[in-house]
Design a protein around this ligand. Structure first.
Ligand code: URA
Length: 434
């Protein structure tokens, strides 16, 4: 088999066979297929597309390019969750203890962030001493004993995807449905859960700007997961404005804790309950979403969800007192107000701008080597649909550097679009797919 012939076949509209896809992915992982040939192939796929069968083979070939985690030593159904990401997305922090408190086993691999704020691991490191660098044995032991563990993604999880994603990133071939779906699902399948719940975001702060594209991506990933023998559900959710009010690592942790106590923002709480319900249904502890939601409400009310977070933090070396006393979490030295300059309804909050402001303050990584300032970020006081008068506070900036704060203040003021028309408060849940 020659890579040249495969590129030609795809370029001319052909369908790649399973053997051809495995040849290409294995060859690329082992360094036998060079970047320039793989780039040409990615561009051919970008224009010609892949059908359902090809997409499944591509996903499986990438999943099998490294370790496939064996979670069979964990009793019961293991449920994982994946979010396509966005600004203020701290769902994993709230969702995983909430669901574990209801009796579903959470064995999750998470990553660090490159961009706006940190990833789940960075955020969790707001708890002094907490570590996700644990062995697979410890990971499995924790899940069996307390029902929840999160570990860092091992180097050998879907290495083909890691290499290919880096290549796509610099060759303008990221935004193809089959390529995105196979990339995400290869990592999820390799991580070993029996069931997967997807949170696919739509809107200005998401990968998928259009709602229809987000639904199509969700459907594609559901199909792949089901074809690979996993139980799947998906929620398509709004990312036209940041999720919840907090953007920034420790600030997001505080909001996640408040939500576990039933004191979180409405949109974020609603999304956590929706995703959590799917996880409880797939995990076999509730017969439908309605029953699942009432179980979730119980663990919020009786404090078990918060206790589960504390147990999880302690089991991985963290200071569990910070769960009960969030004022002990990292705190910025100064807080500045961002005020409205006009009267009217908030029409829009340019989502990416809020994320970039958090990055500028030091809350995200510009490069892999950047050190994150866990304490900084933004608290949105007003969201889309709220009515404001000049001088009303739109947002608070938590900062440690005056110059950075000044830049962010200006950008945040511009990110808020205020107008005369009444703006509708959008439902955070755009749809649910099974
Ligand atoms: N996230 C991934 O992991 N892969 C993609 O291709 C896009 C988003």
């Amino acid at each position: 088999m020659r890579m040249y012939d495969l590129i030609m076949k795809k370029r001319n509209g052909g369908k790649l066979t399973k053997d051809e896809i495995y040849f290409m992915i294995n060859g690329y992982t082992q360094g036998k297929v060079p970047d320039y040939q793989m780039s040409a192939m990615m561009m051919a796929i970008y224009f010609v597309g892949m059908d359902e069968e090809e997409t499944l083979h591509l996903t499986m070939a990438m999943a099998q390019s490294g370790d496939m985690l064996d979670l069979s030593a964990i009793e019961g159904i293991k449920v994982d969750k994946h979010s396509t990401g966005g600004v203020g997305d701290k769902t994993s922090l709230t969702l995983t203890p909430m669901v574990a408190a209801c009796g579903v086993k959470i064995a999750k691999m998470s990553g660090r962030g490159l961009g706006h704020t940190g990833g789940t691991i960075d955020k969790l490191e707001s708890f002094a001493g907490f570590s996700t660098e644990i062995s697979t044995d410890q990971f499995i032991k924790n899940v069996n004993e307390i029902g929840i563990s999160i570990m860092g993604q091992t180097k050998d999880l879907a290495p083909a995807d890691k290499k290919l994603y880096a290549l796509r990133d610099v060759t303008a071939t990221v935004d193809n449905m089959s390529l995105i779906a196979s990339s995400i699902m290869s990592k999820k399948l390799a991580a070993g859960a029996d069931a997967i719940v997807l949170d696919v975001k739509a809107g200005s702060g998401a990968f998928m700007k259009q709602e229809a594209d987000a639904f199509a991506l969700a459907e594609e990933m559901l199909r792949i997961g089901k074809n690979a023998g996993r139980n799947m559900m998906a929620v398509v959710s709004d990312m036209d404005q940041p999720l919840g009010n907090a953007v920034g690592n420790a600030l997001e942790v505080k909001e996640a804790i408040a939500t576990l106590k039933g004191e979180g923002p409405e949109d974020f709480t609603k999304l956590c309950k929706a995703l959590g319900s799917c996880m409880l249904v797939l995990g076999g502890v509730a017969k439908d979403e309605k029953e699942a939601e009432s179980l979730i409400e119980q663990v919020i009310k009786n404090g078990k969800a918060l206790d589960k977070l504390a147990e999880f933090i302690k089991a991985q070396g963290g200071d569990k007192e910070m769960v009960y006393h969030p004022e002990l979490l990292p705190k910025a030295n100064m807080i500045a107000e961002v005020k409205a300059e006009a009267e009217g309804y908030i029409q829009k909050i340019v989502c990416d701008e809020v994320g970039i402001c958090s990055l500028i303050l030091g809350g995200g990584r510009e490069t892999k080597e950047s050190v994150i300032d866990l304490s900084v970020g933004i608290i949105l006081e007003k969201k889309v649909g709220d009515y404001v008068k000049p001088g009303d506070v739109l947002a608070y900036i938590h900062y440690n550097d005056e110059e950075k704060k000044d830049v962010c203040k200006k950008r945040l003021q511009e990110a808020y679009v205020i107008g005369d028309l009444t703006a509708e408060k959008k439902n955070v849940i755009l749809g649910m797919l099974k």
